[in-house]
Design a protein around this ligand. Structure first.
Ligand code: SF4
Length: 437
């Protein structure tokens, strides 16, 4: 009799794709998705440890799962992802009701670990084995999906001072390009129109393995029939090169949006972070992207309150935002992570000050996002439908090539995955419109 699994995913897109791959892997072991934790026989947490808050969320969930497990014999709890990798046996010591703890390089071992756990042996496996055989398992794809994320590499060799990723995902390992091209071809055959290539630093794809370059990978994928839109995340500003920038002017299906995390606008802080570029170099790449693809949209990541950050440093971050006018941004207060250089750096910024800076930064970004959205009103835009609108089930929801969310009233006489929508109004974070008006 098949068992039911409930997967809870924390953090980034990498984890979302790993969870979809884990679901496929477990379907091969006669598991099927459960609608809720209450219905499940196995609860699997795919965790994140990018900030302290992420840890706390997982531990409070594990607290809840203690009673869930006791409520019925045979229930199993498994924890994977970055916090599992970071904590390993400390996690099962702290939460002995966890049956399996598996690391970011041990996903393929999960079925075996679950079998061992069912014979009553709690299992912890978090070695950096470099095993990426789980990449051979195609991620679970919901019916009707028009967009899909495809992992091209994992890990990172950069060791930015604040970042835990290299410590929990290991060094860069790139996937073989024929496998990536074949997975995209399979997705196109299954009706997917948009591909998002994933990696912590996609610009260094294939360097260690003597693979084709990232620009060449983009070219090959853009030639796959059926793929109307191509995106990638995450780019490192130091490694984003002129060839990739040039492709924004050459490949029509390459969407006019790029996520280019600057983190800070201060050269002094960028140096302390070990980012490897200056504000000037970063802004020259923004200008080159605008030349290659006029109207291209930008998003970024920001950290405020990095050790030693002064008001002047912070003002330089706001100045960069004024110069680029990002369409959107993710922003956070500095959170010291175990084993990172920044965790032991002097010059901690008081929580009140970093909180105040974060509010100022987010208020400025809210203003810029609003301006960017308002500029779309009255324009007709192509929208890739992602599903029904959460606001109004009679409406549809999707994204423009510039990655803006649009809720719209469809023309009943039309169908298709890509629709032309006249934008009628702009909200704080999305657009509204009507098809074919
Ligand atoms: S490039 Fe990104 S993932 Fe890599 S260490 Fe720096 S912040 Fe972390």
């Amino acid at each position: 009799m098949s068992r039911r699994v409930y997967i809870e995913t924390y953090g980034c897109q990498m984890n979302e794709v790993d969870s979809a791959r884990i679901l496929s892997l477990l379907q091969g072991e006669d598991f099927r998705p459960a609608d809720s934790i209450a219905d499940a026989d196995l609860v699997l947490l795919n965790t994140c440890s990018i900030r302290e808050k992420a840890d706390q969320k997982v531990h409070s969930k594990l607290g809840e799962l203690r009673a869930w497990k006791r409520a019925r014999n045979g229930r199993v709890v498994a924890v994977g992802g970055c916090l599992a990798q970071q904590e390993g046996s400390r996690l099962s010591a702290r939460a002995p009701h966890v049956d399996v703890v598996f690391g970011t390089h041990n996903i393929a071992r999960l079925p075996g670990l679950l079998r061992e756990a069912e014979s009553g042996k709690n299992r912890v496996e978090v070695d950096f084995t470099g095993d990426t055989s789980h990449w051979d398992v195609l991620p679970y794809l919901p019916g009707g999906a028009t967009s899909a994320m495809v992992t091209i590499m994992q890990g990172c060799d950069n060791h930015c001072a604040y970042c835990i990723v290299p410590h929990v995902r290991g060094g860069e390992i790139s996937r073989r390009s024929p496998e990536i091209v074949s997975e995209v071809g399979d997705l196109a055959d299954r009706g997917v129109r948009e591909i998002v290539l994933l990696g912590q630093n996609v610009n260094s794809y294939g360097r260690k393995e003597g693979e084709i370059s990232f620009p060449e990978l983009l070219r090959r994928i853009s030639r796959i029939p059926g793929i109307a839109r191509l995106r990638f995340i995450t780019s490192h500003p130091r490694d984003l090169g002129p060839e990739t920038i040039g492709l924004f002017g050459e490949i029509e299906t390459l969407c006019p949006h790029i996520h280019l995390p600057i983190q800070s606008g201060s050269d002094r802080i960028l140096a302390a972070m070990g980012r490897g570029y200056t504000r000037g170099e970063y802004l020259r790449k923004i200008a080159a992207l605008r030349d290659a693809r006029p109207g291209i949209a930008f998003s970024s990541d920001f950290i405020v309150g990095f050790p030693g950050e002064t008001e002047e440093d912070f003002e330089e971050t706001l100045a960069v935002m004024e110069e680029v006018r990002y369409d959107s941004a993710f922003s956070f207060r500095f959170s010291p992570r175990p084993a990172t250089r920044a965790a032991s750096m002097a010059g901690a910024v008081h929580a009140e000050i970093s909180g105040e800076r974060l509010s100022r930064l987010q208020a400025l970004q809210e203003k810029h996002t609003g301006e960017r959205l308002a500029a779309c009103v009255g324009r007709e835009m192509e929208v890739l439908v992602e599903g029904k609108s959460a606001r109004n089930p009679a409406h549809l929801c999707g994204r423009t090539p510039c990655h803006k969310v649009v809720n719209f009233s469809p023309d009943p006489a039309r169908d298709g995955q890509i629709r032309r929508v006249l934008v009628r109004s702009a909200g704080a974070h999305s657009l509204s419109g009507a098809e074919g008006a």
